[in-house]
Design a protein around this ligand. Structure first.
Ligand SMILES: [Zn+2]
Length: 395
């Protein structure tokens, strides 16, 4: 009997009922508009700081209090600026992160729990953002023409430190990681890790159901903090599906996606900072008098830079998504080879359609998808299956 991957994929697609499909389509397509409105909110809130003269006034205050000591002035500007921005954009954040997630049944948090996590987020982002800005502005002062290269280096170094520290210092602030209970599934995951050279002596379970109903797993960390973790929503699924997902996650590790991802991100960052370094002086020449901001070394230049970076970030959405999506497709194929459970992986891809439109057009997938669509993943699984059907462990 012949096995047709296309037909098998159609059969999977047909298992998603019309109401569920309409809901996940609406959730995901709504996300396209959130990108645009998110950019509008960022531009508007930063423009508010400039047009009202707040940015110039905060900068003048920071200059007085710091007695014009450059590093301290940067810090004293950026701290209140970031906290005020958080406050001004709070309604937007509440809508996208809390109310909308509830509307689609994806959140397991009440408003109090959400606020607790949000407050921790704000503290971490404010600290990291302040240090980064202070460092980059120091580069602007020393190298007004080439700061974009130094700025990229500083930002990427900060990112690497964050990635390495996250499993140890940041993630435990939000969730509990406990070693997975002994049993055959744990042994299978560790065996797959050993077979593929993933350095892990333990598997952790993260209580993600505190926040969300989404299924997920990861291999996180860098420089010895590497850790395999799956979330408790995934653990409730059949063992084969857990293995299939863990195969995918190990693929990210084995294929070195953390390192290639950082290199790719550096290149895009460098391009963004370069364009910003060329546009901001022109904007200051044109609007600087109205804003009270005249020099790129004035900390009050930050909202101008954020406006430029927000617009560039929006325009580069397809680039960011495609960089990530290519890694994800590779990890999918790696996982199929490692776990050899194509139907389990297809079944998981169907479950992810809870929050990701299952069958987009090709252009839509290229622009908006940072992971392959459910349809692409099921088809990839079925193509793998078609090539392995004669083998004893593939039915
Ligand atoms: Zn992945």
């Amino acid at each position: 009997m012949s096995f047709d991957p296309e037909l098998a994929t159609r059969a999977y697609m047909a298992t998603l009922d019309a109401a569920a499909r309409a809901r996940s389509d609406a959730y995901y397509e709504g996300g396209y508009w959130l990108l645009l409105w998110g950019c509008v909110v960022a531009v508007a809130s930063n423009l508010l700081f400039l047009q009202t003269g707040w940015a110039a006034r905060i900068s003048a205050w920071a200059g007085r209090v710091s007695a014009e000591r450059k590093w301290l002035k940067s810090l004293l500007f950026v701290l209140p600026f970031l906290l005020l921005t958080t406050l001004i954009t709070l309604p937007w954040t509440l809508y996208t992160d809390y109310f909308r997630e509830h509307q689609y049944g994806l959140s397991n948090q009440n408003l109090l729990q959400w606020s607790g996590d949000f407050a921790k987020d704000v503290v971490i982002n404010t600290i990291v953002g302040s240090l980064l800005f202070t460092g980059v502005l120091a580069a602007v002062r020393r190298a007004p023409r080439t700061w974009w290269a130094w700025g990229t280096g500083i930002t990427i170094a900060g990112l690497v430190v964050m990635v390495a520290l996250a499993p140890v210092f940041i993630e435990p602030l939000f969730n509990k990681y406990t070693p997975m209970a002994q049993g055959p599934l744990r042994e299978q995951i560790l065996s797959m890790a050993r077979a593929n050279g993933v350095p892990a002596g333990n598997v952790y379970v993260v209580d993600a159901s505190r926040q969300t109903s989404r299924i997920s797993a990861n291999v996180a960390g860098l420089f010895g903090t590497t850790r395999i973790a799956l979330n408790d929503n995934l653990l409730k699924q059949p063992a084969d599906e857990v293995r299939a997902v863990m195969g995918h996650e190990m693929g990210h590790y084995v294929l070195g996606h953390m390192v290639t991802g950082i290199i790719e991100l550096s290149l895009v960052m460098a391009a963004i900072f370069f364009i910003t370094s060329r546009l901001v002086p022109g904007l200051l020449a044109r609007f600087g008098d109205r804003w009270g901001v005249h020099s790129i070394t004035d900390p009050a230049v930050l909202p101008v830079a954020i406006i430029v970076i927000s617009v560039l970030g929006l325009l580069l959405t397809p680039v960011f998504n495609t960089i990530t999506r290519i890694d994800e497709i590779q990890a999918d194929r790696f996982g199929l080879n490692a776990a050899r459970a194509p139907d389990a992986f297809a079944a998981t891809a169907m479950k992810l359609s809870q929050y990701r439109k299952i069958e987009p057009g090709p252009l839509e997938e290229a622009i908006f998808y940072d992971h392959p669509s459910g349809h692409t993943r099921v088809l990839t699984s079925m193509q793998w299956k078609a090539e392995h059907l004669g083998q004893p462990d593939v039915r």
